[in-house]
Unconditional design. Structure first.
Length: 118
């Protein structure tokens, strides 16, 4: 199988030039493996947070039925969120982690600046 790397060609070539890889295929396989590991870890963390919240049980004054309804609603919202993310990923509408983190940092800095001016 041949794959056109487009903008990633330079990245692959720089990895090859630095050593540690014997082919472009190796570089791509390693990058895909690392991406899969990051996604798996993010999924494990998210599941851990959700389960920790569920394990705390309902807040005071809430019936068990209300709690179960809220959990079902939260699960469905999570499924929808994941479905939308997967659709966006499939359609090429994603942002790499470094870019996303930079955008979040800029947003936080803007909020801090706005608060300090107030």
């Amino acid at each position: 199988m041949n794959v056109h790397l487009g903008d990633l060609e330079e990245y692959v070539q720089s990895k090859l030039a630095r050593g540690g890889y014997s082919s472009a295929s190796e570089v791509v396989r390693e990058a895909l493996r690392q991406q899969r590991e990051r996604e798996d870890e993010a999924e494990r963390r998210l599941e851990s947070y959700v389960l920790r919240g569920i394990d705390q049980g309902p807040p005071d004054g809430m019936t068990a039925e209300d709690w179960e309804r809220r959990i079902a609603t939260a699960r469905e919202r999570m499924r929808d969120f994941i479905r939308v993310g997967l659709d966006q990923l499939r359609d090429g509408k994603h942002v790499d982690g470094a870019t996303a983190a930079a955008k979040l940092r800029a947003k936080q800095a803007a909020r801090r600046a706005a608060r300090s001016r107030a």
